[in-house]
Design a protein around this ligand. Structure first.
Ligand code: FES
Length: 109
């Protein structure tokens, strides 16, 4: 099968306030879109420790914090900084086209 462009528009750049997560759904998948430090990131919106929405947490130093127990996840890699979360959260590639934010949640193998 030929790979196709799997990026979908999730919002406008203007919809994003700096350091304020913006929750969207892509084919039913919850994703938190974050503009911080001049870049836009997309991370799976559920903490790897328990079923908590990361978009309700705070963003600082390119990390998003889970408000329940305080683990933070790197927006670039999804890796947790420390316990109680030990597993990474998926992150997704982002493209900015004009004023549109596009995210791909399709993993090509
Ligand atoms: S639910 Fe996120 S760190 Fe515990």
């Amino acid at each position: 099968m030929t790979a196709t462009d799997s990026f979908v528009r999730v919002c406008a750049v203007a919809d994003l306030a700096d350091d304020t997560p913006h929750r969207v759904e892509i084919d039913g998948l919850p994703v938190s879109v974050v503009r911080t430090e001049g870049e836009v990131f997309a991370i799976y919106d559920i903490c790897s420790h328990a079923n908590v929405s990361l978009s309700e947490g705070e963003v600082e130093d390119c990390q998003i914090e889970c408000w329940l127990h305080g683990s933070t996840f790197d927006l670039r890699t999804g890796k947790p900084s420390g316990p109680p979360a030990t597993r990474p959260v998926p992150v997704y590639p982002v493209k900015i086209v004009g004023d549109d934010v596009l995210v791909s949640v399709t993993q090509e193998s």
